[in-house]
Write a protein that binds this ligand. Structure first.
Ligand SMILES: C[S@@+](CC[C@H](N)C(=O)[O-])C[C@H]1O[C@@H](n2cnc3c(N)ncnc32)[C@H](O)[C@@H]1O
Length: 248
């Protein structure tokens, strides 16, 4: 990062503590911006497919807008951000309006927003659609591939929507390797679910990128309420970079 030194010198040449705090915030912001801008050409590619929002209630649309805000917030904090692309998002859609209304600075987010679909942008053979109903488990993340998350919220659980969308697109599918790295945990309601929100899946992918460990990534982000856990002997302390943080 060629301008990092510039920001550092600027930071060191300030006199008072309050100037330092102000400036360190500005420096931090500038570094984040530069890292995100760089990720647009070098980051792993991830699309959120927003073609299915017609099926959703207004409440679900609002929740999805909030999840997209959290997803973007996680990417902003990441050491190695993804190149994010919101696909199939029309300016006249309910979701677009809700994102602009609810998410401060949405129109200035450092990511691509397009009405096109992932197949208009990338060759089908590079696309991997992530869906909880895929047979194949995701083993790793590959720079030659484009990962797609279904922009869906499961209030009125619409089963296998993202699997059928991937079928329509004729692209590969993969699920998070929950069966491979986690076990069911006893709970009073005997509730077990492997379906996560888009931002939760994204946090797992980011941590996997930073640690190369599904155990770390699932341990950090798989919600305890979903009734799965990492087997006791397999759990490991998280590296500082992968520690879960608050909202954006
Ligand atoms: C709330 S889920 C939607 C679940 C929905 N019933 C469906 O048809 O897939 C939103 C998106 O998160 C991703 N997702 C959620 N859980 C996942 C898992 N276990 N493995 C892979 N992707 C998952 C998928 O891309 C999914 O479309």
């Amino acid at each position: 990062m060629k301008s990092f030194l510039f920001y550092l010198l600027l930071f060191l040449h300030t006199d008072s503590d309050s100037d330092h705090t102000q400036l360190s915030k500005r420096v931090q912001k500038a570094i984040t911006k530069e890292r995100l801008a760089e990720s647009q050409s070098t980051g792993l590619r991830l699309c959120v497919d927003l073609s299915m929002t017609d099926f959703m209630s207004d409440k679900e649309i609002s929740r999805l807008a909030g999840q997209l805000r959290r997803l973007y917030g996680s990417n902003k904090r990441a050491t190695h951000p993804f190149r994010l692309i919101l696909t199939d998002l029309r300016e006249d859609s309910r979701l677009y309006r809700e994102c602009v209304r609810m998410n401060d600075g949405f129109l200035n987010y450092l990511m691509e927003i397009t009405e096109q679909s992932c197949l208009d942008l990338f060759p089908a053979e590079t696309v991997v659609y992530l869906t909880p109903d895929a047979e194949e488990a995701l083993e790793t993340l590959d720079a030659d591939r484009v990962y797609v998350l279904g922009g869906l919220v499961d209030e009125s659980i619409q089963k296998k929507l993202s699997l059928s969308r991937a079928g329509e697109l004729s692209v590969r599918t993969a699920r998070l390797p929950i069966d491979e790295f986690m076990v069911k945990k006893n709970n009073s309601k005997n509730f077990h679910s492997k379906i996560l929100a888009v931002n939760q899946v994204f946090d797992i992918l980011l941590t996997f990128c930073e640690t190369s460990s599904w155990t770390h990534a699932l341990q950090a982000w798989f919600p305890a309420s979903k009734g799965y856990t990492i087997p006791a002997g397999d759990s490991a302390p998280l590296p500082a970079a992968a520690q879960p943080q608050g909202d954006d």
